[in-house]
Design a protein around this ligand. Structure first.
Ligand code: NAD
Length: 530
């Protein structure tokens, strides 16, 4: 075979050094249909291999992921820039744990589940939910948590017996290939888990191909396009999208603790988390002290190459991210935001570095809430009282995650339940995404459907209701032919079953007995004749 032409290669660039880390061949969009078809052909054997076999294969994958975690961690840092410490502590730990969680729980989650029937007409029937795989799933992922995000779909999807075609972000193709090798080495058949590479046109081809369901994680803007495409063939798309996450700091908050947690929640992964703290809403009575602490701690963050153990904040993942951040800060200042620290590229650093930035807003001109930052930028707005804070928190088209900071947990939970978001955390941020059993979703423009936990697995299966009648030869009284007698019988039956008045119940009893005895006799005569 001739080597791939240079223009058909996708290069992965280290955003800290701007050096090429590696490259993979781009998948021509017109080839995606055939790849999905080959996954479809491999699907029945994987489906019928049985859950026990699949659990054993995925358990091997978990062990391999653990053994290769440093290799993955390094690759994450080299491809998208997050500090190696974060790659290991945040991402790899949660990823190995997630695989273990699903392999342990799959037999419970995927076993038949009885649905007891209360209605007297159906009481003797067998009734249960049966879970079966859907077919070929299309998984489209972003670069910002390049292992944990795709694994949240791939692990339960494969365990449930589906085949998967996976398109990773164009910024992290090497991680995608490393994941493909991992599952192959663990024993997943080659055609059951396949990767395609490229940009939006390859993702769009995957949505348009004969995939059964699409699992998309990315921006709200692209998510809307994915949903529009998927709806053309009435294909369901699970969408995990952007956010503008508020953090409410109450007047009783421990300021030292809240400011440390919020600085971490805003600037880990260089602010490039869907669930980064973006908008702090701090009670005016403590705003001065809080702001001072946040600015001081932000200024102390050490920028650098993520492979340097002394680095707190790495570079932005790409030039596009850097330009977007610069534009965000410019626009914020032109709209009346006051720069408290950061707001520029550090001198003498080659990669896509940007200083962590804090911008203050006022009560009369609060921080914009309808644009996702997804950048090392933190907005702070003062509020007066819990009601005002909740109003500001909810004044956004997004509803992904939120946090409340207070020394009164009950108050925190009370405020949290008023916030329109898929997740709310009290006195912490971000980490719930790494908790395998905590389902993850967004409301408003932040998402459609679930990932992680049992709810995430439910998105990947056909939840089939099975209803089995034990009386195999009995004709049912609701079948043809209809008659006035049948209606009178049912009317009496309904009064007997549902009326609260005991006198009326007793009055209709003879009619009920007459009708249903007649029905039983009719069936007896039929059976005698056979
Ligand atoms: P993006 O929307 O630009 O791209 C996401 C993926 O979609 C990439 O693989 C990309 O190649 C692909 N894509 C682009 N155009 C497409 C199209 N027309 N059809 C199909 N696929 C297409 O997002 P990004 O920059 O990679 O990631 C950042 C965004 O992801 C942020 O908005 C962030 O909030 C969001 N995100 C959300 C979650 C969540 O769980 N809610 C998690 C992580 C990131």
């Amino acid at each position: 075979m001739p080597p791939p032409r240079p223009e058909s290669m996708l290069k992965s660039i280290n955003p800290a050094t701007l050096e090429t880390v590696g490259q993979v061949p781009v998948t021509p969009p017109e080839a995606v249909g055939a790849i999905v078809a080959s996954a479809q052909a491999a699907f029945p054997a994987w489906r019928h291999a049985g859950l026990k076999t699949r659990v054993a294969v995925l358990e091997r994958a978990r062990q391999l992921l653990l053994e290769r975690s440093e290799r993955f961690g390094r690759m994450i840092t080299e491809e998208m820039g997050r500090p190696f410490a974060e790659s290991m502590v945040m991402e790899m730990e949660a990823s190995v744990d997630l695989l273990g969680y699903y392999t342990r729980k799959a037999p419970d989650f995927l076993g038949d589940r009885r649905v007891p029937l209360h209605n007297v007409f159906f009481k003797r029937r067998k009734s249960y939910i049966h879970f079966s795989p859907l077919g070929v799933l299309g998984v489209i992922a972003p670069w910002n948590w390049p292992v944990l995000i795709p694994l949240g779909f791939i692990a339960p999807g494969l365990l449930a017996g589906n085949a998967i075609v996976f398109k990773h972000s164009e910024l992290t193709p090497l991680v995608a290939e490393e994941l493909r090798r991992l599952f192959l080495d663990a024993g997943v058949p080659e055609a059951v888990f396949q990767t395609v590479h490229g940009g939006g046109e390859v993702g769009a081809a995957l949505v348009d191909a004969k995939t059964e369901r699409i699992f998309f994680t990315g921006s709200t803007e692209v998510g809307a396009k994915v949903m529009a495409h998927a709806s053309r063939s009435l294909k369901k798309a699970v969408l995990e999208l952007g956010g503008s996450d508020p953090a409410i700091v109450c007047d009783d908050a421990d300021i030292d603790n809240a400011s440390s947690g919020i600085v971490w929640g805003a600037f880990n992964n260089c602010g490039q988390n869907c669930n980064s703290v973006e908008r702090v809403i701090v009670d005016a009575s403590v705003a001065g002290r809080f702001m001072e602490a946040v600015v001081e701690k932000t200024k102390r963050l050490r920028l650098g190459d993520g492979m340097d153990p002394a680095t707190d904040v790495g570079p932005l993942a790409s030039e596009a991210q850097l330009k977007k951040t610069e534009a965000i800060v410019r626009t914020a200042q032109s709209r009346g935001g006051r720069l408290l620290c950061g707001g520029r590229r550090p001198a003498g650093m080659k990669g896509y570095f940007y200083e962590p930035t804090v911008i203050e807003w006022s009560r009369s001109n609060p921080a914009p809430a309808d644009e996702e930052l997804f950048a090392p930028v933190l907005y702070v707005t003062p509020s007066v009282g819990d009601g005002d804070a909740v109003r500001l928190a909810n004044a956004s088209c997004f509803g992904l995650a939120a946090s409340v900071w207070t020394t009164d947990r009950r108050r925190g939970e009370r405020i949290g339940r008023e916030i329109e978001s898929g997740t709310v955390m009290i006195n912490d941020a971000i980490v719930s995404f790494g908790i395998a059993e905590a389902g993850w979703t967004g409301v408003k423009k932040s998402g459609v459907g679930w990932v992680h936990g049992e709810k995430g697995l439910d998105e990947m299966v056909n939840i089939q209701y099975v209803h089995s009648e034990p009386q195999l030869r009995t004709q049912k009284f609701w079948w043809f032919p209809y008659s006035g007698r049948m209606v009178r019988g049912m009317k009496a039956g309904m009064t007997f079953l549902f009326d609260r008045n005991m006198f009326r119940k007793i009055t209709v009893l003879p009619a009920v007995l007459k009708h249903f005895t007649g029905y039983l006799l009719m069936n007896r005569r039929r059976k005698d004749k056979m």
